[in-house]
Ligand binder design. Structure first.
Ligand code: NAD
Length: 334
């Protein structure tokens, strides 16, 4: 192993960016830029995601899978491998979600990088809702509502607060003892925090939901006109965070339409015939300006963030670049 970058394809080594380095290397801004760019490329057809593989492996209750894709605009090819090991924390003292990103040279197929994917997953997921807030929330949004207060929620709130001049954070969680997690993030940003009942979400101009719920939490009439929602928790068949009628009331956007209607929040509204696939727009089209996005202050907009492999590849490629710049990418002849 040695550091420094070689020039020729033949000599080009594989780069490793270990999980422990990611926190110091990756910024929220770099994650935001990478995700915004790849959403735009998905909408023009320059980037596409491969079918997701997800399997219960029949060992320690683990769910393991791959998410991959190719971005011709960013020249990023690769996959994220990993999943959920529910006994990790208790048995091994490590987090239950484990993932690693592998990048390949699109010109040669040679593996180019291996990158720790755990923190990157939280950053890219927070970047996705943040991109939706930038492009779809009202400019004068003042109150942000959080539904969920777990691991992802803190990342979500931190990133969202950078998008508008928010003055107050409100929050609801099924397990109220977890609310201090998001109260702390609000406090760090110098903002007041208020725990509310779900009816209290009516005061929110932006709502982020990021829970593991399998039932609708938020009702359509608990949301005010003009609100932007980022529904981020529903990434599997059967999961659900909001009443399907809310999607019928809203202009719905997503990262990837095929995922939105099958494993995302829109699966329920589509199954009930309240909306159809053609009612779901791509956030990338709003970024590119081919879809006008929000058209009035009264409109409710809803981003169904299902999570795509290309987001992982985009942030991994960005972090590899930063690691090379700082001379801390580990090189391995391969
Ligand atoms: P976590 O375990 O740290 O937190 C779970 C949250 O869900 C907590 O707020 C908890 O109170 C709440 N919750 C649990 N069961 C619930 C129920 N039955 N009804 C309502 N709320 C419930 O998990 P996390 O890491 O914060 O992940 C939250 C969700 O985000 C998960 O569903 C995860 O799959 C999803 N996720 C989505 C993406 C994406 O790209 N869209 C990426 C990562 C995680």
């Amino acid at each position: 192993m040695h550091t420094g970058v070689s020039d020729t394809d033949q000599e080009r080594p594989m780069l490793i960016v270990p999980e422990r380095e990611i926190a110091d290397l990756m910024t929220r801004q770099a994650a935001f830029d990478a995700v915004e760019k790849v959403f735009a490329a998905m909408a023009t057809g320059d980037a596409y995601n491969f079918p997701v593989v997800r399997e219960a492996i029949g060992h320690v209750d683990a769910l393991y899978g791959f998410k991959g894709g190719f971005d011709r605009a960013g020249m990023t090819l690769g996959l994220k491998a990993g999943g959920y090991w529910p006994q990790n924390l208790e048995r091994h003292g490590i987090i239950n979600h484990q993932s690693t990103v592998f990048l390949f040279d699109p010109d040669t197929g040679r593996v180019s990088a291996m990158v720790g994917g755990n923190l990157l997953t939280a950053l890219r997921t927070a970047a996705a809702s943040s991109v939706s807030i930038k492009h779809l929330a009202r400019d004068d949004a003042k109150v942000i509502g959080m539904i969920g207060a777990g691991h992802q929620a803190t990342f979500q709130l931190r990133a969202a607060l950078e998008q508008r001049a928010f003055e107050k954070v409100i929050g609801w969680n099924l397990h109220p003892e977890m609310l201090p997690n998001i109260e702390k993030v609000a406090g760090e940003a110098g903002l007041p925090f208020e725990a509310v009942e779900l009816d209290g979400m009516a005061q929110a101009d932006v709502i982020i939901s990021i829970t593991s719920s399998f039932d609708a939490i938020l009702k359509a009439d608990q949301v005010s006109a003009g609100c932007h929602l980022a529904c981020m928790g529903t990434d599997t068949k059967g999961k659900q965070e909001v009443e399907p009628q809310l999607l019928a009331r809203a202009s719905v956007y997503t990262d990837e339409v095929a995922q939105s209607v099958s494993i995302g929040e829109a699966q329920h509204a589509v199954a009930e015939g309240l909306i159809s696939e053609s009612d779901v727009g791509q956030i990338g089209a709003v970024i590119n300006g081919t879809d006008p996005g929000r058209s009035s202050d009264d409109q409710i907009t809803l981003f169904d963030g299902t999570g795509v492999g290309l987001q992982d590849l985009a942030v991994a490629a960005a972090v590899v670049e930063l690691a090379v710049e700082k001379g801390i990418a580990i090189e391995v002849d391969f």
